[in-house]
Ligand binder design. Structure first.
Ligand SMILES: [Fe+2]
Length: 122
């Protein structure tokens, strides 16, 4: 996977999971679970911002981002919803860490020399 493919993959994933979190937060709020709904909506906002940062980086690299989001299930059962989110977050952690590494390198003015990630991504 090239760096550009990786960034497009991240953007698609974060826009999708942000939408899922937003819907879950609205479902929780409708049940009166306001504190949990607010926490999940904050996660949605954070992921939307991350996706926008990735699109900005793609533009910096001369690419044109596309409108695309990864499909995620809408889960109405609260226990299943939280279990899914916990599992999804754990699986996404290596990818998030890799992107943070890219961002840190850019922040410190270093260039990424490799256009391939190790071993592919999920
Ligand atoms: Fe998330």
């Amino acid at each position: 996977m090239t760096k550009i493919e990786f960034l497009k993959y991240l953007s698609k994933g974060w826009f999708g999971s942000s939408q899922q979190h937003s819907i879950h937060a609205q479902l929780l709020k409708a049940r009166g679970l306001n504190k949990l709904a607010d926490k999940i909506m904050a996660e949605s906002d954070e992921e939307w911002d991350e996706a926008k940062k990735v699109n900005s980086r793609l533009i910096e690299l001369g690419e044109t981002p596309v409108v695309e989001l990864q499909e995620y299930p809408v889960i109405t059962d609260i226990k299943e919803m939280l279990e899914y989110d916990f599992k999804d977050a754990a699986e996404a952690l290596p990818v998030r860490t890799l992107f943070s590494s890219f961002a840190a390198r850019r922040h410190h003015g270093l260039r990424i020399t490799s256009t391939r990630t190790k071993g592919g991504l999920p």
